[in-house]
Ligand binder design. Sequence first.
Ligand code: AMP
Length: 191
Amino acid sequence: MNIILLGPPGAGKGTQAEMLVNARDMIQLSTGDMLREAKTSGTAMGKKVAEVMDRGELVTDEIVIGLIREKLEGDKKGGFIFDGFPRTLAQADALAELLDEQGETLDAVIEMQVNDDVLVSRILNRAAEAVAAGGTARADDNEESLKVRLMAYYKQTSPLIGYYHAKGQLSSVDGLGTIDAVKGEIAAVLG
Ligand code: AMP
């Protein structure tokens, strides 16, 4: 089973993806994690995307599609969870093609609904917790980048909701509940 978790930054996509990895032996494909890894390891691509990411803007479709293409060719285990990808209509079309090439299907698109106030406080909390634990916050977990990330979501990513709805693939869950409640709603969608 291959699924997309769709929602704004702070909706809980990463948290729920992790649970699905444990419960269903699925593979989490987070383009954000892949890009942060490239940034940390200082690859040419990592250097190229660093500033764009820190500002909160989207990196090019070409880069993220390339990252996903590589992963789809590997082990498929219990299926893929696309977390933070696709984020544009061009990426959604590319994903459909890539899955098709692999003889795979997209089984569900789960939209995690939350309101902006919650997103901002969740993300600023995540930053504070990282610092309290002796680490560093994500470079884009600050109010300024967050505004840009939210705008990128509404402008470039939210059209995917209509797109997948029209294709009959969209299910929506209430992302405001407890982690367990959201997990239950997602399990109900996946059956
Ligand atoms: P995330 O961890 O999903 O919040 O992603 C962090 C940042 O990585 C985003 O703000 C973008 O700069 C970049 N990024 C992650 N996934 C994508 C994507 N699918 N398309 C474009 N940029 C992305």
